[in-house]
Design a protein around this ligand. Structure first.
Ligand SMILES: [Zn+2]
Length: 50
């Protein structure tokens, strides 16, 4: 069994700052805070040094 790939969804409006990481798709793909567009990128792998 393969775990779902974790993704980070973020608001493209940096002034908004919305960001969430999960392995599901966000319905509608719009920011819940400002209703703006949502971008997506792979989440940082576990164990990665910060
Ligand atoms: Zn936003």
């Amino acid at each position: 069994m393969v775990k779902g790939k974790r993704l980070t969804y973020y608001c493209i409006d940096k002034a908004c700052g919305f960001k969430v990481t999960n392995n599901k798709t966000i319905d509608g793909m719009s920011c819940p805070d400002c209703k703006g567009m949502i971008g997506v990128r792979p989440a940082a792998p576990p164990g990665q040094k910060v």
